[in-house]
Every structure is written in C-alpha cells, then in structure tokens.
Design a protein around this ligand. Structure first.
Ligand code: HEC
Ligand code: HEC
Ligand code: HEC
Ligand code: HEC
Length: 445
C-alpha cells in the first residue's frame, strides 16, 4: 500500500512537472503581447519618442540605438556611407538629368534616417521651383509620421512641401513605425502599404506573426512612386509585386520620373525593392524565412531573450543571423560572397549595354532624320532595361535575397538594352552605332 502511494505521488509529481515545463515553454515562445509583459509606463498611441518606449523595453531600445553609430562596411554594403557614384561612375551617366547623378550614398542604420534625408544633395528646397522636394520624402524616415498621417491624412501630408513639413518632424525611425503601443504587436503604419495590399485584396490584419516579421519592413523597403501633382505616395502593386507586373503598371499609367537628356527617354527610378525582390519565390521566402529572422535575430541578455533591434548587414554577425538555421556559417557566408561577386560583375556588363543604348539613341536624336517609330521602340526598351537593372541595383543585398531572380532580371535588361541600341542604329541606318564600349569609364576602387 505504502509503495503504491509513493508510486502514485511520484507519478503525479512527474506529470505536474511536465505540464509546468510545457506551459512555460509555450509562454516563452509567444509574442510579447501574449506573454502579458507588464508595462512600467503607459505609452501613448503612436508615441514618436522612442526613448519613452525604451523605459519599458530597455534591451530593444539599447540595441536599436546602436544603429546610430554603426559604421562597419562589408564588401558590397554595410553601415558606412560610401558613395555609389564614386564606386561605380557609370551610374553618374545612367542617372544623368536626375538628382541621383549628384548624390547617391549607401544606406546606414535606422537611427540616422532623418539626418541622412536632410543632408542628401538630392533635395531641392526652392519651393518656387516646380521640381521642389515634396513632404512625401519624409514618409519612411520618422516616427512622427503615423501621428501626422492620422491627424492630417496622407493626401494633405503629401501635398505639403518638404520645407513645410520639416518643423513637424523631430524623430528618426523608431518604435512607432513598426509597433502598436500597448499591445506591442507589429503593424502596418504606412497608409500606402495598407492601400497597396488592399488593392490586391489582402488585409494585413489577417496575416500571421511570421508574415508580419516580413511585411513590417514593407512599410519602407519597397518600390514606390509619387502619384500625380499631389505627390501621393503609391506602391505600383495593382498587378502584382514581381518586376513584370510593376513594369506593366508603369506602362499603363504612363508615369515617368524624368526624361533622359538628349535622348528624351521617359525614365523610371527604382527605389529599394527589398520586399518585392525577396518575396518573388526566393529560396528563403519559400522556406518561410522572414526579414527579421536574418536582420533581427534573437539574442540573450542573461536569462532574457529578445530580438536584436540593431538592424544591419547580417554578414557582420553571421553566427547569430544565419547560425540559428545553418550549422556551417562559414559555408553560407562564402556562398553569399560568391553570389554577390557574380551579381556585381553581371551588373557592370548590363550597365555597359545600357550606356551603349544611350549613345545610340542620343546620336539618332541628334541626326534629326530618324525613323520615329523605330526610335520610340528604342526608347521604350531603354526605359525598361534601365528600370530592370535598377531594380537589382537599388535592392540592397547585391542579389543575395534572391540570386536566380537577380541574374534573370539582369540578363533580360542586357537583352533589352542591346535591342534598344540596334533599333536606334537602324532608325538612322548608321551601323557605327552598333559598336560596344562607347563610354569608357575609369573604374575607381
Ligand atoms: C536569409 C537571410 C536574409 C533575409 C531573409 C533577408 N535578408 Fe536582407 N540581407 C541579407 C544579406 C546576407 C545581405 C547582404 C549584406 C551585405 O552585403 O553586407 C542583406 C542586405 C540587406 C540590406 C542592405 C544592408 C546594408 O548593409 O546596407 C537591406 C536594407 C536588407 N537586406 C533588407 C531586407 C529586407 C527588408 C528583407 C525582407 C524583405 C530582408 N532583408 C531579408 C540577408 C537576409
Ligand atoms: C523596423 C521595425 C521595428 C522597429 C523600428 C522596432 N521594432 Fe520591436 N520588433 C520588431 C520585430 C520584427 C520584432 C519581432 C516580433 C515578433 O517576432 O513577433 C520586434 C519585437 C519587439 C518586442 C517583443 C520582444 C522581442 O524582443 O522579440 C518588443 C518589446 C519590441 N520589439 C520593442 C521595441 C521598441 C521599444 C522599439 C523602439 C526602440 C522597437 N521595438 C522598434 C520590429 C521593430
Ligand atoms: C519606417 C521606415 C522603415 C522601416 C519600417 C524599416 N526600414 Fe530599414 N531602413 C529605412 C531607411 C530609410 C534606411 C536608410 C537609413 C539611412 O541611410 O540613413 C534603412 C536602412 C536599413 C538597413 C541598412 C542598415 C545599415 O546599417 O546599413 C537594413 C539592413 C534595414 N534597413 C533592414 C530593415 C528590416 C529588416 C526591416 C523590417 C524588420 C526594416 N528595415 C524596416 C527605413 C525603414
Ligand atoms: C530561419 C532559418 C534560416 C535563416 C536564419 C537563414 N537561412 Fe539560409 N536557408 C534556410 C532554408 C530553410 C534554406 C533552404 C534549404 C534547403 O532547401 O535545403 C536555406 C538555404 C540557404 C542557402 C542555399 C540557397 C539555395 O538557393 O540553394 C544559402 C546560401 C543560405 N541559406 C544562406 C544563408 C545566410 C547567409 C544566412 C544568414 C544571413 C541564412 N541563410 C539564414 C533557412 C535559413
């Protein structure tokens, strides 16, 4: 009898212990809101000052603040602010007639976004000039935006000039761009993203937590344009987010960012389409990996685990970023290096093809007697080729986020650029315009 009691009691203890471990493990793996984190202070909705959120969440705040001083470069990116125009002078010609030919630096950490947009040589602060910079340029740079969009509406916001908006903007990117105060859940804060998803029949409120760990970055890391005179922030996603659908959208809308000098091609500037590029069937996206998995890995502070908010190149902390899924981090980072080398060198060949197309189109225009239909076809191909090249170039991973896609797009871009060159030559019957390497650009190291 005594033995039975001991047996039953020990059995009960083991079951209780197992249940407890189960409950604790489950709890630990829940997002913060479900873990019922007790706030120290109440945070106002859309509070722009990240340091106030930091009282409740010091680990996230402290790691976030590191993005201000990071400046370690990697081979193709990193947090130093090198000039793309110095590194690749072909881009000065590719962007001729557009502000990107004057100032184009590599991106830095989130805490610098506001200082960097104010310092860029691309701004035109002369409000009497029709090409002055609109307030829309602040859309991805500040925690003040969610509150301002709520108060003014995005339409009124975007109609203001950059100068007019400046006094309202005091904080760089921070907590309020990604989180809802109180629940701390990840949210869509940018009305343009909400509208672009809705146009595709999607409602972000129904997305899973893992989906949100990618979609929250799409508040900013996307292709966009300023629609109409009101400079309304718009993502060109109505047909889909792959490059063909985006190009088709721009064809239908007839939108252009600028006209290429002396060629009169209606040009498009790609922005930073990390979201579209990554989600186009990349190996990692298809495997369910999110942006935050690589860029915001879990790190520990004693017994506490939290998501590192020190967002930067994962090559600088590959053990944390890749090591959670890949046992051999050396192997995978070597793969990154090989992919990036291949994409970077292919990109230069594409640039040479576009430069030859520009030379030929300009010559055909200058001749004054070109076959107008052929010349227009050449321009259309020039426009598409450059946008395709730029889609890969402005995407900040040098192809890694989706290597096959990068090489496919570059091949198609080169093809269109060479066709543009041939049609331009044909339009005035001048075979000398078929020569290659028409721009000799001295590469700088
Ligand atoms: C599988 C891991 C992985 C995923 C997932 C991932 N990235 Fe990256 N990301 C990288 C690597 C590797 C680089 C290249 C860094 C370099 O060249 O130094 C990079 C580069 C970047 C850069 C440029 C970094 C710099 O130093 O300038 C940005 C911005 C970026 N990613 C954003 C995103 C966004 C947004 C998503 C989701 C849409 C995403 N990444 C998904 C691994 C990843
Ligand atoms: C660029 C977007 C972004 C910004 C800015 C941001 N976060 Fe996060 N945060 C995330 C993501 C992504 C996660 C992971 C959420 C998940 O897994 O559900 C996260 C998770 C959290 C969590 C849950 C616990 C954890 O560490 O996973 C807290 C708390 C948090 N963030 C606080 C903050 C605070 C405080 C700030 C401002 C200093 C901030 N966040 C800024 C994207 C952001
Ligand atoms: C509110 C807009 C916004 C959101 C949301 C946002 N980013 Fe960024 N991100 C930026 C801007 C703007 C920059 C460039 C800042 C600069 O150069 O000063 C940047 C830079 C970066 C960089 C380069 C950092 C470096 O040190 O070179 C990485 C990597 C990055 N973001 C990844 C992400 C990831 C991953 C997410 C989602 C978890 C995300 N971002 C969400 C706007 C945003
Ligand atoms: C959350 C998990 C996860 C993280 C984090 C992660 N990966 Fe992966 N990675 C995967 C999965 C899953 C695959 C697909 C494996 C397969 O199908 O065999 C993969 C495949 C790869 C491949 C092969 C790709 C191909 O097309 O064959 C490379 C290279 C790679 N990862 C590099 C990296 C690097 C570099 C990092 C860090 C910056 C990283 N991964 C972070 C899960 C991850």
């Amino acid at each position: 009898m005594k033995n039975y009691t001991t047996l039953i009691l020990s059995g009960l203890v083991i079951i209780l212990a197992a249940v407890l471990v189960g409950v604790l493990t489950y709890e630990r793996n829940q997002p913060a809101e479900e873990r019922a984190v007790q706030p120290l202070v109440e945070i106002a909705p859309m509070e722009p000052d990240s340091s106030k959120w930091g009282i409740n969440f010091p680990n996230q705040y402290d790691s976030f603040m590191k993005t201000e001083t990071n400046n370690t470069p990697t081979t193709f990116a990193g947090s130093s602010q090198f000039s793309w125009l110095e590194r690749d002078p072909r881009q000065v010609i590719l962007f001729a007639g557009y502000p990107f030919s004057k100032d184009y630096n590599d991106d830095r950490g989130h805490a610098n976004a506001l200082a960097d947009v104010r310092a860029t040589g691309r701004l035109n602060l002369d409000d009497s000039n029709p090409k002055h910079t609109p307030a829309t340029c602040y859309s991805c740079k500040s925690t003040d935006n969610p509150g301002l969009w709520d108060e003014l509406g995005m339409e009124a916001y975007d109609k203001m000039t950059f100068n007019e908006m400046t006094p309202n903007i005091n904080n760089s990117i921070g907590c309020a761009n990604c989180h809802e105060a109180g629940t701390m859940r990840l949210i869509v804060t940018n009305p343009a993203l909400k509208e672009a998803l809705a146009a595709q029949g999607k409602d972000w409120e129904t997305f899973t937590r893992q989906e949100m760990r990618t979609v929250v970055c799409a508040n900013c890391h996307v292709e966009y344009y300023f629609k109409g005179d009101g400079k309304y922030l718009t993502f060109p996603w109505a047909n889909g987010t792959d490059i063909d659908s985006i190009l088709a959208y721009y064809e239908e809308s007839g939108f252009k960012d600028w006209a290429y000098p002396d060629a009169d091609t209606p040009m498009l500037k790609a922005q930073h389409p990390e979201y579209e590029f990554f989600t186009a069937n990349s190996t990692h996206y298809n495997a369910g990996v999110s942006c935050a998995d690589c860029h915001m890995p879990y790190v520990s502070d004693g017994a506490t685990k939290y998501s590192s908010h020190d967002v930067h190149s994962p090559l600088l902390n590959a053990e944390q970023s890749c090591g959670q899924c890949h046992t051999d981090t050396q192997y995978v980072t070597n793969r990154v290096a090989a992919i990036q080398e291949q994409v970077a060198s292919t990109k230069i060949q594409t640039e040479d093809a576009i430069l030859d197309a520009i030379t030929a189109i300009k010559a055909a225009v200058a001749a004054g007697n070109a076959d107008a239909a052929l010349l227009d076809q050449a321009r259309k191909l020039h426009r598409e080729a450059q946008f395709m090249w730029d889609f890969v170039s402005a995407e900040n991973s040098t192809g890694f986020h989706n290597p096959e896609y990068a090489l496919k797009i570059l091949a198609e871009s080169t093809n269109r650029a060479r066709q543009a060159q041939m049609l331009a030559a044909q339009s005035i019957g001048d075979t000398s315009l078929l020569s290659t390497g028409t721009y000799y650009v001295t590469p700088t190291p």
